[in-house]
Design a protein around this ligand. Sequence first.
Ligand SMILES: O=P(O)(O)OC[C@H]1O[C@H](OP(=O)(O)OP(=O)(O)O)[C@H](O)[C@@H]1O
Ligand code: HPA
Ligand SMILES: [Mg+2]
Length: 178
Amino acid sequence: MDLSHHKISVHLSEQEIIRRTAEIGAAITKKFKGESVFLVVILKGSIFFATDLAKRIELPMTMDFMTVSSYGSGTESSGNVQIKKDLEHSIEGENVIIVEDIIDSGNTLSRLIPMLKERNPKSMTLCTLLDKPDRRVAKEVVVDYTGFVIPDKFVVGYGLDYDQRYRNLPYVGFVEDI
Ligand SMILES: O=P(O)(O)OC[C@H]1O[C@H](OP(=O)(O)OP(=O)(O)O)[C@H](O)[C@@H]1O
Ligand code: HPA
Ligand SMILES: [Mg+2]
């Protein structure tokens, strides 16, 4: 295993992320008052944000997980989005909330959203911790809840990886030397 380290500068602290996540959880709780929600968590990157967010949504909830991969080991989306693991439960008639860690090119969601809509959910809401709009290729992807808008720099931490590393950092940081 490569044990070399990259230079990473903190961009969003754990405290900032937790505070903003609570705000989004409160907004979702308010929007769906009296209903239940179904969190579709896109593995692996979203796992840290999704668990924090789920704890801040005060509604009856189901969570299910999906793995969709397009990045491989690089920093550019391949545009070739593959489902590696599908949901285990039906989303028909559910208020689906897609939970992402980052929307970058938008390729992942531009492929995924139409596929999920074919399964007839009651509603579909898109929620992301980070949005990097300067890199968007798929302009049709509309985000409902965004934690933070970030500049066009590769980020790691809080679930986000560079070649599978750095997901465990408790903050979001820029990789300065790639
Ligand atoms: O908007 P896009 O350019 O499509 O990029 C965003 C997607 O890319 C990353 O996933 P990745 O394929 O790296 O899988 P991972 O979550 O397991 O790291 C990230 O978690 C998003 O799902
Ligand atoms: O900036 C990023 N960092 C990590 N994973 C990503 N997937 C899309 N963009 C990014
Ligand atoms: Mg990744």
